[in-house]
Ligand binder design. Structure first.
Ligand code: PMP
Length: 351
């Protein structure tokens, strides 16, 4: 093996996704999927497209989908980039946009793929500690840097920043790309997409995996001004001209159009989140304020790993991160009403 490859193999610690086990009657609250399933119109669109035409390559620029996303967000299709999940959009962003001469800043507790991509693409990065309440303190981002990436709401804490703070951050770094990863924004956060009109350095990344319930189709997108989007297109074309398969394109387009399904499901999730938070608090948990489709919670009398194991014994799967500072916490995705009840009943059995 060449020196380069052995370096990659020995130093990369890839993000390990939450497990997808087959356990009977499993309540799966470990990977922030949407419990309600995709829009029936998206499923129809997949069925209608699953025929002989699949021998043809898909539209390499996914124009119809980009036009739908653009219409929804009041931008031009040329200001929309789509990829195979927001993970791929982020990978292209790291490859194409980030300045390799000055450090990339991101929170020290955040989406685990950022350090992985930094290492993979040789980007110097600096992790900025969260404050004592697990919040992102933007005054800490005033230091010289090549770029900034933040999820809003942050993961796995679920804590969101107001748009005014995001705007102040973007305005304070006119010469650096600022990337806002809005994977969870539809569950109560404020999207920074409208700010892309005003700030050429802002790129906003979103996904169809959470609020649109299409994690299995792998669709994500970014919105920003044309020079940013053109840079992403060039990276994509050098990598894989056909990132989005045809079924993913039609499913995502139909999902965007089905506003009613989207609103109903996300409102149910937001309502269930309120119930889960109060159920946990009544049982002695500390729960961080969440604007996402999950909550981050710890119980003072139990180690996170033990509680996760005890829940697993009861076929309730939640996510535990064996990392300093967040080790006592569990990240619990919001499931259906019945699944949330099972979570609380299982906790009553354990506590
Ligand atoms: N960003 C954040 C903050 C996430 O938590 C996730 C999902 N794990 C992603 C991006 C990637 O989502 P996807 O690739 O499914 O679009």
């Amino acid at each position: 093996m060449s020196k380069y490859w052995s370096h990659i193999v020995s130093t990369l610690k890839p993000y390990v996704a939450g497990e997808q086990p087959r356990i009977a009657n499993l309540v799966k609250l470990n990977t922030n999927e949407n419990p309600y399933g995709p829009s029936p119109k998206a499923l129809d669109a997949i069925r209608n497209a699953a025929d002989d035409r699949l021998r043809l390559y898909p539209d390499p620029v996914a124009l119809e989908l980009r036009e739908s996303i653009a219409r929804l967000h009041g931008v031009d299709a040329g200001e929309v980039f789509v990829g195979n999940g927001s993970d791929e959009v982020l990978a292209h962003t790291f490859m194409g946009l980030l300045n390799h001469d000055a450090p990339l800043l991101y929170p020290d507790i955040t989406y685990s793929f950022y350090p992985v991509y930094s290492l993979l693409y040789g980007i110097e990065s600096r992790q900025v500690p969260l404050d004592e309440n697990f919040g992102i303190r933007l005054s800490d981002y005033g230091q010289p840097c090549g770029a900034i990436i933040l999820p809003n709401p942050n993961a796995p804490t679920g804590i969101g920043l107001p748009l005014s703070e995001i705007e102040a951050l973007v305005a304070a770094h006119p010469d650096q790309p600022v990337v806002i990863d809005e994977a969870y924004v539809d569950f109560g956060g404020d999207s920074a997409i409208p700010l892309t009109r005003k700030y050429p350095n802002l790129l906003v990344v979103q996904t169809f995996s959470k609020s649109r319930s299409l994690a299995g189709m792998r669709v994500g997108f970014a919105i920003g001004q044309r020079p940013l989007i053109d840079a992403l297109e060039r990276v994509k074309d050098s990598f894989n001209s056909y990132p989005l398969d045809k079924l993913a394109q039609v499913a995502a387009t139909a999902a965007i159009e089905d506003v009613e399904w989207f609103e109903t499901c996300r409102n149910r999730i937001i309502d269930s989140r309120t119930r889960v938070v109060s159920g946990l608090e009544q049982r002695g948990f500390r729960v961080l304020p969440s604007l996402a489709n999950f909550v981050f919670a710890m119980h003072p009398d139990f180690a996170g790993t033990d509680l996760a194991a005890k829940l697993r014994d009861r076929a309730v799967l939640v996510r535990h991160f064996a990392k300093p500072r967040i080790d006592p916490y569990l990240r619990i995705s919001i499931g259906t009403e019945a699944e949330c009840d099972r979570l609380i009943e299982s906790l009553d059995d354990i506590l």
